[in-house]
Every structure is written in structure tokens, then in C-alpha cells.
Design a protein around this ligand. Structure first.
Ligand code: NAG
Ligand code: NAG
Ligand code: NAG
Length: 641
């Protein structure tokens, strides 16, 4: 009825459009909403920030009901055929084609949702986990998983142990061994393991909003794979940072400083690394007059350029040990498969060589040929980690003074932001906040309304005046902080944020995190304003009522360095949860205290508190982080009440 069939839409196109629409409309209610669209882009490896999705909806939504009907979809089909939105859709839908759609199991369909997942990822992760945890005695009950059994992975993660272990491999020492329930598991102890896994995953910066223990228990494929990919990626990327790996300076280009290099994301560094070796192989220069020059390089965002495997052959050949190091015997790459005519067979030959380096991981020949971006990225990251084959440049005038690892506080803030799913992902707390977009997204989490439509400049920024656009955002962010959020931002201007001033950026970020933490408490209570005193008296009261002798006078109380007040509080909230035989008491050495702190942090996560703080924060009694620990525990305790 509402459809105005313009003569330009043919019957075939109509069919195609209907098909596209149905693919997006996963709950088949005849409308596309923003979560479906977000999901589509995410599943297609083209994640898009919420505001962009909303923008698309707004553009297409003629009757302003915040969703798109098929009629609306169709009536703008003409515009859609050309414009950017159309391209994004098309790309997303095409990518999704290659992804296995599941659904139709009674439970999923009863919820009216159908999610898809990548069969290739499942296969890759099974093999990766099998080898990563091969020797772990605690995983013997589920490992090795059979990669050819569709459900093996989803069943294996159900008790939380494998997830805990993978998290701890990606960021060592995240999970205290003593807190994992391993024997005679019951639904309750499994729930605890899954809480521990999910809250620890958040703490290392995984975006786990909208995933619950129940989803993992049931092994919901798309959620399990989404979480595993984040965990695995964090581990693969851990050392692709200049401060931890100074040899990366070998990737500097003409006229660049170390500071420029530090701004690059791990993905960008990996690309550079791969191309660096290709150039040294003389490969990328061979045909640079030919039209397919690009094919000779690895290109960002998709790895199609590597799909003919020739670049990989060269890369392997460059990084294979040449025997010059005593601990690594020479491995000569057999290049005979290089001239194989068939892409798939050439890829297989290449992977046989990767196997000789112990690096046949993540990709199958088909994944190489199809250019699966996640899996090819993981394949290359693993090659880098095993055979970086870079030498730190010596004798050059490089300013190493500014190359510092991030502080614990910076890392915690960054992990917190990432766990809330900000976009772009924050790799560098200062460098990635310069346009304030992340700050503004965080404001939305603390109920500060952001006028995205009128007050915010969004990328792509113009070539000329880009920084002015970013600065405007920063000014807006600081103004909102002062007026709407009521933050104390004395002496902080947009410029400071835009300059990446550490002290002032942290001052703002901390106030947002603190507000976020208090908001959670207020939502649980009856909206009563939460503050430090409220938390401290709740802590004291809860401890007293449970008959514990610990008390805290404030968040700087030295007794906190023993972690005993925290452990006592955990045991008050969930009686019997703390194994006091494992807790050190009496006169404590620093090591004893750290031991307690590790136990306390993991225990807090295990009983369901999303604690971002680290054991050292308790040990050193860092008041900000201590406050968040007690606030999270209070939140957990209030849920009980
Ligand atoms: C976590 O990692 C640390 C350091 O590698 C290790 O000592 C600890 O036993 C691990 N814990 C678990 C649960 O695997
Ligand atoms: C190949 O490209 C490089 C840099 O892009 C250029 O300097 C060089 O002249 C090119 N080689 C040929 C043969 O054109
Ligand atoms: C908590 O207990 C400490 C120690 O007994 C006491 O000094 C403090 O006033 C109490 N704080 C609150 C807010 O109850």
C-alpha cells in the first residue's frame, strides 16, 4: 500500500531486497531495529558504533517509529542502491553469507531469535585451545576437543574452567588458581566459575555486556565465540607494544618518531611488520608497475591481499630461523608450492610450511583463500609472536625516554572503558581519547545526555582542520562534564584532553568511572545518593552483622593492605565462601599480603562482583581502586538483600 513502486525496481531486485531484509530481521517480526542492525554489522566483522547505527535507522525510518519496515526499506531502495548506506549494507550482508546460520532449535526459536556464527572460527578456536591448554591437568575432562564435532567447544566451556584458563593465559595472573571450582561440580559451583570467568574477562578489557553465565552454561555459540575471540586476541596482542618489545622500532619509517609508532594499534603494527618483511624479501617491489601492485602487500582491514598465499610464502621464508641462533635450528622453507596454480592447493602448501614452524594455527587453506580477516589476523599475530625477526635499531637518534609502559591505573581505566564496548577500541588511553568520542560514549553510560546530532563531530574528519573538529568535541565534553555531570574540572579545558595531557585526562576519566560505579549502587538502592560514607558504613555494618572483627575507617585504611577486610566482607556476603585456611593472618610479609590480595580479587569476581582493580591496588591501598572494590561488593551484597 505504502509502496510506491518506481519503475526502476525490477522483480528480481525486489526479491533480492526482500531476501536482504529477512537476513537482517533476525527475529522475523517484519521490522529491523537497531540491535538487529548492530548485530548484523558485528557479525559481518564490520562493527559500527551505536550512534552510527541509530543514524542509519533515522535516515531510513520515514514514520519515525525507530524501526525500519520492509516498505520503508523498499521505498528508499533507489537511494540505497547508490549511497554509502547501501554499500555498508551490501558488504555486511555479503560477509554474513559466508557465516553459518543456525537457529531452529526449539529453544532459540522459542525466543524468536536466530543468531549465526562462523564455523571457521569455531574450528580455529578449538584447535588453538587444544594446544594452548594441552598440558593443563585441570582441563583433561574436556580436552582435547574434537574440532569436527560441532558442539564440542560449546559443551566444553560450560563449566567455566577452560574460559578461566584461557583468560589467565592471555593476561597471566588474572585468576587465582585457588578460586576455580574443579571437582564435583554442581550447578552452583559452575555458576561461580562462570561468574569468575565473565568478571575476569571484563577486568582484562573484554566487552561482556549482554552475556550472562547462563549463556555460557548453555553454550550459546555466537556469544561463546565472541567472548573467546576477545580473550584470544588480547593474548595474541599482549606483546605487540613498543614498550614491551623495543625491536618494533625497526618498523619506523622515514621521518617518524617513536611517539608516532606508539600511536599505532597492534593491528597496524602487525601489518607493518608483515610488509616490512615482504619488502626485505624484495617481493613487494618486484611488480610495482603492474596493476595488481596492491596484491603484493598485506592490506589493512581485510587480508584478501594475502589470499593467493604468495605473500605468506615470502613472509615465512623471511622469518624462518636461519640457524644463527643456537636455540633455534635452521628451518628452510620449501617454496615449491609457490607456483602451484590452484589457490587452495597453494594455500595448503604454504600451511605445510607454517606447520614446520609450529605455526599452523587459526587458518585453513580455505580461510586463507577467502581472506577471513579475523583468522588471518590471528595467524599473522601468532607468527609475529613466535618469530618476530626484528632487531632493535642501534646508534640512531631515538628518544626512548618517552616510551613507557602504561601504568596500572591507565590500564585499569582502559580495560574498564573497553569492557563497556566503547568504539573505537581504546589501545592508548591518551592517544585514543583525543577526539573525545569515547568520553562522550562513557557519558551516555552515566546518564549524561549527549547531543550527537548537533554538537559532535564524527570521523572521517576533514584533512584540513581535523584537529579543530576534535578540539570542538573535547570542549563539548568538558562543558558537559561541568554542567550536566557536575564534575569538578577546575583547570581542565578541552585542549588538555585534545593534547592528551595525562594528569587531566585521568582526572576526568576517574570521575566518570566513579560516577558509573556509584550509579550502579543507586540503581540497586532506591535511588538514594551513594557516596563514600554510605559505602563505608554499609561495609562496617555488614561486617559487624556477620560477626567479623574487621572494619574500615576509610578507603586509605592501612588494614586494607592485608585484604582481610575485603575477604571478611566477601564471606559476610556469601557465608562460607572464603576458605580461611588459605588466608594468611598475623604478621604479614609483602608476599603474604599479595597472596591474600590475589585471592581476594578473584573471590570478589567469583561471587559476582565486577571488580576491575588489581591485587596490587589492595596491597598498596590505592584509594580510588579500593573504593571501586568496596562499591562493587556493596552492589553485590545489595542484590542479595
Ligand atoms: C594464572 O597465571 C599465573 C601466572 O602464569 C599462574 O601462576 C597461575 O597458576 C595461573 N592460574 C590459573 C588458574 O591458571
Ligand atoms: C617502485 O616503487 C617505489 C616506491 O613506491 C619507487 O621508488 C620505484 O621507482 C618503483 N619502481 C619502479 C620500477 O617503478
Ligand atoms: C567504620 O568503622 C570504623 C572503625 O570502627 C570507624 O572508625 C568508622 O567511623 C566507621 N565508619 C562508618 C561510616 O561507620
Amino acid at each position: 500500500s505504502k509502496i510506491k513502486m518506481s519503475g526502476t525496481i525490477t522483480k528480481d531486485e525486489m526479491e533480492e531486497l526482500r531476501e536482504a531484509f529477512q537476513k537482517i530481521d533476525t527475529n522475523s517480526n517484519g521490522f529491523i531495529n537497531d540491535s538487529e542492525l548492530t548485530e548484523l554489522f558485528k557479525e559481518a566483522n564490520l562493527p559500527m558504533p551505536g550512534y552510527k547505527v541509530r543514524e542509519i535507522i533515522q535516515k531510513l525510518d520515514r514514520d519515525k517509529d525507530n524501526q525500519i519496515s520492509f516498505d520503508e526499506f523498499l521505498s528508499i531502495a533507489k537511494e540505497l542502491k547508490g549511497g554509502d548506506i547501501a554499500k555498508s549494507f551490501r558488504k555486511a550482508i555479503n560477509r554474513k553469507e559466508g557465516i553459518l546460520a543456525i537457529g531452529g532449535t526449539s529453544e532459540l526459536s522459542s525466543q524468536g531469535t536466530q543468531h549465526s556464527f562462523s564455523e571457521e572460527e569455531r574450528f580455529a578456536f578449538v584447535n588453538w585451545i587444544n594446544s594452548a591448554l594441552e598440558k593443563d591437568p585441570d582441563c583433561k575432562h574436556v580436552l582435547p576437543m574434537n574440532p569436527n564435532t560441532p558442539n564440542s567447544l560449546f559443551t566444553a566451556v560450560g563449566d567455566g574452567i577452560v574460559l578461566c584458563k584461557m583468560i589467565n593465559l592471555s593476561v597471566p595472573d588474572t585468576i587465582d588458581e585457588r578460586t576455580i571450582n574443579k571437582k564435583k561440580l554442581t550447578p552452583f559451583t559452575i555458576q561461580e566459575n562462570l561468574n569468575l570467568a565473565l568478571n575476569s574477562a571484563s577486568a582484562i578489557g573484554c566487552h561482556v555486556v549482554n552475556i550472562g553465565a547462563q549463556d555460557l552454561r548453555e553454550g550459546k555459540p555466537h556469544l561463546v565465540l565472541g567472548l573467546l575471540w576477545q580473550i584470544i586476541k588480547i593474548g595474541l596482542f599482549a606483546d605487540i607494544v613498543l614498550s614491551k618489545n623495543e625491536a618494533l622500532a625497526a618498523l619506523l619509517r622515514e621521518g617518524e618518531t617513536l611517539a608516532d609508532l606508539m600511536k599505532l594499534s597492534p593491528e597496524e603494527l602487525l601489518l607493518r611488520w608483515a610488509n616490512f618483511h615482504l619488502e626485505n624479501a624484495g617481493y613487494s617491489k618486484i611488480n610495482n608497475l603492474s596493476s595488481d601492485i596492491k596484491v603484493k602487500y598485506f592490506c589493512p582491514s581485510n587480508w584478501r591481499s594475502s589470499s593467493d598465499s604468495r605473500a605468506y610464502f615470502h613472509l615465512l621464508n623471511m622469518i624462518a630461523p636461519d640457524g644463527s641462533k643456537a636455540d633455534k635450528p635452521r628451518i628452510e622453507i620449501n617454496m615449491s608450492g609457490y607456483n602451484e596454480k590452484d589457490d587452495l592447493r597453494r594455500a595448503e602448501c604454504m600451511l605445510l610450511q607454517a606447520d614446520r614452524l609450529g605455526c599452523r594455527q587459526f587458518v585453513t587453506a580455505a580461510d586463507v583463500v577467502s581472506g577471513n580477516s579475523k583468522l588471518n589476523l590471528a595467524f599473522v599475530a601468532n607468527l609475529f609472536n613466535k618469530y618476530p625477526c626484528l632487531t632493535k635499531p642501534e646508534g640512531q637518534d631515538l628518544d626512548w625516554g618517552k616510551v613507557e609502559g602504561e601504568t596500572r591505573e591507565e590500564r585499569t581505566f582502559r580495560n574498564w572503558m573497553n569492557s563497556l564496548g566503547v568504539n573505537p577500541h581504546v589501545n592508548h588511553i591518551y592517544g585514543d581519547l583525543l577526539d573525545a568520542l569515547v568520553i562522550l560514549q562513557l557519558y551516555e553510560r552515566i546518564k549524561v545526555t549527549v547531543d550527537w546530532e548537533h554538537k559532535v563531530n564524527r570521523p572521517p574528519y576533514p584533512k584540513i582542520g581535523a584537529n579543530m573538529k576534535k578540539l570542538e568535541n573535547c570542549n563539548y565534553a568538558v562543558a558537559l562534564g561541568k554542567t550536566k555531570a557536575g564534575f569538578s574540572l577546575v583547570g581542565i579545558g578541552g585542549k588538555d584532553l585534545n593534547d592528551g595531557n595525562p594528569t587531566l585526562t585521568l582526572a576526568l576519566v576517574w570521575q566518570i568511572m566513579r560516577r558509573y560505579t556509584l550509579n550502579v549502587l543507586e540503581d540497586l538502592g532506591d535511588g538514594e545518593a551513594a557516596n563514600d560514607d554510605l559505602i563505608i558504613s554499609w561495609v562496617n555494618r555488614t561486617l559487624t552483622e556477620a560477626g567479623k572483627s574487621s572494619k574500615i575507617s576509610n578507603f586509605k585504611d592501612r588494614s586494607i593492605s592485608t585484604s582481610l577486610p575485603v575477604l571478611d566482607l566477601i564471606d559476610s556476603i556469601q557465608p562460607g565462601s572464603v576458605r580461611y585456611d588459605l588466608v594468611k593472618t598475623g604478621t604479614l610479609s609483602e608476599d603474604d599480603k599479595l597472596d591474600n590480595a590475589k585471592y581476594a580479587v578473584s573471590m570478589a569476581r567469583k561471587i559476582g562482583a565486577r571488580v576491575y582493580a588489581l591485587p596490587d591496588d589492595l596491597l598498596e591501598v590505592k584509594p580510588k581502586m579500593v573504593m571501586t572494590v568496596f562499591a562493587c561488593l556493596m552492589g553485590r551484597g545489595m542484590k542479595r538483600e
